[in-house]
Design a protein around this ligand. Sequence first.
Ligand code: ATP
Length: 238
Amino acid sequence: MNEPLLKVESLVSGYGDITVLHDIGFEIAQGETVCLVGSNGAGKSTLLRTLSGLLAPKGSIHFDGQDITRWTPQQILAAGIAHVPEGRRLFGPMSVIDNLRMGAYLRTDKAEIERDLEKMQTLFPILAERRSQAAGTMSGGEQQMCAIARGMMSRPRLLMIDELSLGLAPQVVELLGDVIRRIASEGLAVLLVEQDVMTAFELATKGIVLDTGRISLAGPTSQLSQDPAVRHAYMGLA
Ligand code: ATP
């Protein structure tokens, strides 16, 4: 059997003396889209921050067969994990195209970077139209597209997106969903943090439910969406 792309075991993480995540374990295969759902404060963002090297955890994180548990954020990005943070964190006064270039700051393959810039503008045509506009002046949906494209510019093998749909119109969420399906079909693994559980389950094949820092349920989204507890607590359904 193939090794998973990401393997997290017995992970414990938090901020200083405050432990937020307890005994977290899961795997992501190459090309798999996984969603992480749970109430406010469950620890979803903390898990993404831990995976991108911003917090020092206990336990282990293996990526592509290597133990990256103690790696720096730069090393982790270079290894192929990109993080699109909550709130997008674009460089507001900088143009769209310069924001995209920033996503490739660790790369030295200039010709390939130019090719990827073109590719991102094909994937998100609005970014081509707005290439010279200050990123901070764009709409929320356009900024989310720019943030995802910036993440893609590092040529990741795992793209982590925190709060994909928050504050965005349904048509924009649909468009972003189409793009995610497309990039996943090219072999990229995606870890989505998503408040809107219906959207999350439509996009992902596997779901992880976090409850006060612990995984309470995990499995195929087709099964989770039929689970009475999940339907009641997270989907507002009977
Ligand atoms: P939300 O959907 O509201 O963003 P979340 O599931 O992403 O929630 P986290 O942001 O990971 O949750 O927060 C988990 C816990 O960690 C919360 O109790 C929060 O108060 C705490 N926390 C988050 N950031 C910090 C920090 N910088 N220092 C201390 N505690 C923090």
